[in-house]
Design a protein around this ligand. Structure first.
Ligand SMILES: Cc1ncc(COP(=O)(O)O)c(C=O)c1O
Length: 431
């Protein structure tokens, strides 16, 4: 509520003409602001089902009216205010690049770090701004001081870039990888915790956890596993590519040491923006991936020596945070979960369709996976696209195989009705 109020205050300042935000000066934008104001006392549950409100949110995007994008798990579109900010900052940079990148926009990095820290619930001194989850977590995987024989517990369902990084590290340094393979979906928290904890030995130095599995949207009980790891002196890395600005939590509540995310996923920030968290007392001993003047200094900024990059997209992250706060974290999660369950509950009664994601909010958010008996998921995804103009993706790893479907805040119930009909028809044709 406080964040939404400060967002409105900020917009009032901006509308004085200091920085024009064209969307919020348009009729649609003004309607949205009015609705935010009118509905500020509505509970997150009530708002989740208010189609008129979410229709106004949709107007803040520039998504295709014909191709129905249900692969928001891959990367999210940016609200118009974010796109406009990128363009505006980019134009400014092109007036005198080295001046405006390194003397004007550069001044915005520390305020941006502070804003991200407010959203993440940690100290700004623990956050490095970078380009994506892969960069964040590979910094950790290659920067940890591990020696031959040290063990790392991870799973076959972790994201490929991260698995590959660990395999490369193991082949260079002789560390030992202990792979789990877990049967998903699962709603058995204790079993999930036990599977990790029972793999820990006296040689385990690190556990790598994926907070939400990209394959089927499964949520892992990260905080509980991390607590057990902490008791045994094991360091915890969290792959939060899919959870930042999707689930409602703070980074410290996960009990982890290292954490990485992509801001171009659920925050709706520009493509190629990411974040690395390193717990304050761990910064000194973690080597940066891109060399720093003093690799052993106790300063989070040592992880930001990335060379020349787009300061326009970096600064536009702040507008994505404002947009997120305008909706509110709790309201956004409730809506996303409501949307997922809306379509998933309808298709789970189709006899030859399997739902491979939990409907419980502790174990699944916006992302869900389905499979039609007797049809390869690639074929199902292809039919959804060719025949119904619905964009999804097939998802396959180890023991998980299906079609992944991911709505976003701009997705309407009408869109999902179209999906349900399409799945019903495709499944019927297979019988
Ligand atoms: C769980 C998970 N980790 C890491 C990544 C990598 O993200 P990026 O390509 O933004 O580095 C992804 C991307 O989808 C993911 O789903």
């Amino acid at each position: 509520m406080k964040n939404r109020r400060s967002f409105l205050q900020q917009l009032r300042t901006l509308s004085l003409g200091i920085t024009p935000l064209s969307f919020f000066q348009s009729l649609q934008g003004k309607d949205l602001l009015q609705a935010i104001n009118d509905k500020q006392f509505l509970s997150a549950e009530r708002l989740a089902t208010d189609e008129d409100f979410w229709q106004l949110i949709k107007q803040a995007y520039t998504v295709s009216p014909t191709l129905l994008n249900l692969n928001n798990g891959g990367v999210s579109p940016q609200p118009k205010v974010v796109q406009d900010a990128v363009e505006r900052y980019n134009q400014l940079c092109n007036e005198a690049p080295s001046f405006h990148m390194w003397q004007t926009l550069d001044q915005g990095r520390e305020p941006l770090r502070a804003k991200l820290a407010t959203l993440a619930g940690c100290s700004p001194e623990e956050l490095a701004i970078n380009r994506n989850t892969s960069e964040a977590l590979e910094t950790v995987i290659f920067g940890l001081r591990l020696k031959e024989g040290d063990e790392v517990v991870l799973s076959k369902q972790d994201y490929p870039n991260m698995r590959h990084a660990w395999i490369q590290r193991a082949s260079r340094d002789g560390i030992v990888l202990k792979w789990l393979s877990i049967n998903y979906p699962s709603e058995d928290k204790n079993d999930l915790i036990d599977q990790y904890v029972s793999s820990f030995t006296e040689n385990t130095k690190v556990v790598h956890l994926t907070h939400i599995l990209n394959w089927n949207g499964q949520i892992l009980p990260v905080a509980e596993i991390a607590l057990e790891a902490q008791k045994r002196g094991i360091e915890v890395i969290v792959d939060a590519a899919h959870t930042f600005a999707h689930l409602v939590y703070t980074i410290p509540s996960l009990n982890c040491d290292y954490w990485g995310t992509s801001l171009h996923k659920w925050l709706g920030a520009p493509f190629g923006t990411g974040l690395l968290y390193v717990k304050k007392e761990k910064i000194k001993n973690l080597y940066p991936l891109f060399a720093a003047p003093n690799p052993e200094e106790d300063n989070i900024r040592k992880f930001e020596h990335l060379g020349t990059r787009s300061f326009a997209i970096e600064q536009a992250i702040g507008h994505a945070i404002d947009f997120h706060w305008m909706i509110g974290s709790e309201r956004k999660f409730k809506r996303l979960h409501y949307l997922k369950n809306y379509w998933a509950e309808q298709i789970q009664d189709i006899p030859n369709v399997q739902l491979l994601t939990s409907l419980h909010p502790d174990f699944g958010g916006a992302i869900a996976l389905i499979a039609i008996d007797g049809q390869r998921p690639e074929k199902t995804a292809q039919l959804l696209h060719k025949k119904y103009k619905i964009h999804t993706t097939s998802s396959k790893t180890d023991n998980i195989y299906g079609v992944r479907i991911t709505p976003n805040v701009y997705t309407s119930l009408r869109d999902l009705d179209r999906l349900v009909v399409a799945i019903q028809e495709i499944a019927n044709d297979v019988k």
